[in-house]
Design a protein around this ligand. Sequence first.
Ligand code: ADP
Length: 492
Amino acid sequence: MVTRLWFKLTALLAALVLVGSVVTLFVVTRVTQHHFRDYVADQDMMRAEHLALSFASYYQEQGSFEGAELLVDEPAIDWSDRGHGPQSMMHDEMLDRRGMMRHRGMRPVETERIALIEEDGSIAVNTTGEALPNDIGDRASETGVPVMYGDEPVGRLLVGAMIDSAFDPQQERFLASVRMAVMVSAAAVALVALVFGALFLAGLIRPLRQLTAAAQAIAAGDFTAPVTTDVNDEIGTLADTFRSMRDALAQAEEDRRRMFRDIAHELRTPVTLLRGEIEAMLDGVYPVNTESLRSLHQEIGMLDRLIADVRTVSSMDSPSFRIEPSWVEVGALLERVRDAFRREAAEQGISIVLAVEPDLPRIEADAERLKQVLANLVTNAVRHSATADRVTLAARRSHRQVQGLELTVSDNGQGIAAGEREAIFDRLYRVDPARTRSTGGSGLGLAVARQIVEAHGGSIKAGEAEGGGACITVFLPLSPAEPPSSQTRSLE
Ligand code: ADP
């Protein structure tokens, strides 16, 4: 089962929030406890110093510490200020106050934890309600506040945490309330962080789900699947890229369909012609002789060329298609093309002229592919220009921004209408299908030429030659560094 991203991220967030809360709780509790202990120690010491005076007065008054624990319940009574009165009166007064508090339902003030250790080590006062620790004597002599009788200490006083480092119940309650406050606020923050985090993550993941749905639709062949994601972040960029990819795929799919349809149509025409002619021969309508067989042979030749062009196109579409560059002298290349077509052109009363600028640099190109392009352009000039009697093959330096060479094949025929000059590079496009088919064109030549030129990093375009004929210009960029002439590949 696929674990949902939202679940994973929310679980991660929850884990982080939990760790954060626990760490906060731990740190705040420890720091508070530490500082509170210091504070309590100061308070206990101050209280002990204050009480030591009262106990000293009491000792002076009573001659012993007997019954002195009553002092602890009444911290407000300052024995040092009270003059000298009978002991029984003081006792009675204090006991009366306690009784009144209980009677009114008031909780008596919690008894302070006080320990008074006499100099001989005996315990004079212990209000803790528990047995004092064994080392109380040592503690008293180390940290206890002396209760003085004249110049002599008669006991040592320990208050609160001075006795056994423990907090008294009230202090424990304070620390517990701090702990509780931190816990409650940590839990509240954790809850808010989790709820908002989960909502935010859900919002973040929603576009990804939409993209997944669109990708699944495309995988199933539906290129109309909408990509509704419209966010201004990396996911938005991904969605835009995805839209472009979907459109490119839709276009490629459309091109593929059209290509198959067009090829089927292109194949059908010569096959129908062949079939009709053969049937006519079988029916005895056409005579079976050298003349009619030559016509059939010609039809099959056209079919063959079409199939060869289709194969070239498909091989160039393949990702394994590579040009094999070498250093090429374009002047020599144009000469070769002229020589190859001279006879065919002459038969149609067309002369092929060369116009190559001197001292042209060599270019890095696939010589065979480039020759294929030029041959195709010359074939077009010879075939499609009924009125032409001259085809010019020219090469010169280009004066564009990018350094390069311009190779042109121009004729003085009827030319190509301005509106057709871009479309003729489309696959299977013909300006005049009926006429072109009769001259043996497949409609793929210029599409193949464009593909080869672009594979060289160049461009090809159609224009008008002087006198109105067609002029096809091939631009090829120059390589940054040209090697010594010995590395030039032979064109022969
Ligand atoms: P084809 O195999 O039909 O020649 P191309 O792709 O080479 O296919 O050419 C596409 C169309 O461009 C041709 O059918 C033709 O109509 C037009 N064309 C190409 N070159 C010339 C030219 N030199 N003069 C007039 N028309 C041309």
